[in-house]
Design a protein around this ligand. Structure first.
Ligand code: ASP
Length: 304
């Protein structure tokens, strides 16, 4: 059985600001990533390869806040976070606060596979990336007029923003189940517009924004990172399944519509279990998302 879900962030444009042309472009980005990753699963590839590929494609698509489309931080730079995890041996790799890395998810995977560590940050991570020959890009590659305008509008204030007009979220992620029953998850983000002080969100934190365990589920989150960290969202869902025997659906509902809401945590997540069940709950106005379930049925959606 194979199945996959991807997301392009829970902070979509408000429905009233969405145009047919924009909607088409966002959906095209989701479709491209979904198809590339699904093709890997169909050929008998691993869920780890599939989630890395989906996130890689979304990082290259400038409309999502990750890789090429990353938002500007308070210094007018791009600082990216990413993580990846596989559910068989619970191996994980994560990176935070890196600039000029073309595909942070590839770096996260290299950290998982080629170091004794799980999490590298900043200059050290960059040094490791260079040593491994991970693809780099100049600042100009990450420049995006729309993102720059977003930043100029708020850069002199103290506020930071998630990725879009009002409540700004944006992140990309994928979860997958492959033929041999293995689960995997990956998440990548540019974080929040105008973020300062080396701020790190939930996306690279194993257990908060990303988690995978064959015994329970694979999860990739998107939303207001601080609240997702405090709620240890991804691991909480896994724990509700493991210790309380809840289904994926029940566990996701409790966390996204009750626990997160109670502390003001806006956002959503994608989740999959070993039965190929997929959940894509969100408590924000929309969440860019797509999936192909175990029957081969496909969805690409933005709003409820
Ligand atoms: N969770 C990400 C962060 O806080 C942002 C997002 O998902 O939109 O960095």
């Amino acid at each position: 059985m194979i199945a996959i879900a991807i997301h392009g962030g829970a902070g979509t444009l408000r429905k009233s600001d969405m145009t047919p042309a924009l909607e088409r472009d966002y959906k095209l980005g989701l479709e491209t990533a979904l198809d590339a990753a699904y093709a890997i699963l169909k050929k008998g590839g691993t869920s780890l390869d599939a989630v890395e590929r989906a996130v890689f494609e979304l990082e290259n698509y400038p409309m999502f806040n990750a890789g090429k489309g990353s938002v500007f931080n308070s210094q007018g730079k791009h600082e990216m976070d990413a993580s990846i995890m596989e559910g068989t041996q619970l191996r994980a790799g994560a990176v935070s606060g890196v600039s000029n890395i073309k595909n942070p998810v590839v770096l996260a995977r290299a950290i998982m596979e080629k170091t004794e560590h799980v999490f590298l940050s900043g200059d050290g991570a960059l040094k490791f990336a260079k040593q491994e020959g991970i693809a780099m890009e100049e600042d100009a590659y990450f420049y995006n007029e729309f993102r720059h305008q977003q930043w100029l509008e708020i850069k002199d204030g103290d506020s930071f923003q998630l990725d879009h007009s009002e409540k700004k979220f944006g992140t990309v992620g994928a979860v997958a189940l492959c033929e041999n029953g293995q689960l995997a998850a990956a998440t990548s983000t540019g974080g929040m517009t105008n973020k300062k002080y080396g701020r790190v969100g939930d996306s690279p934190m194993i257990g908060a924004g990303t988690y995978a365990n064959n015994r329970t589920c694979a999860i990739s989150c998107t939303g207001h990172g601080e609240l997702f960290i405090r709620s240890v969202v991804a691991y909480d869902i896994s724990c509700l399944m493991e210790y309380k025997g809840l289904t994926l659906h029940e566990a996701c509902n409790i966390v996204v519509y009750d626990k997160l809401v109670k502390i003001g945590g806006e956002g959503g997540l994608i989740a999959i279990d070993q039965g190929g069940n997929i959940e894509m709950p969100f408590n924000s106005e929309g969440m860019f998302r797509g999936s192909i379930n175990s029957k081969g049925e496909r969805t690409i959606m933005i709003y409820k």
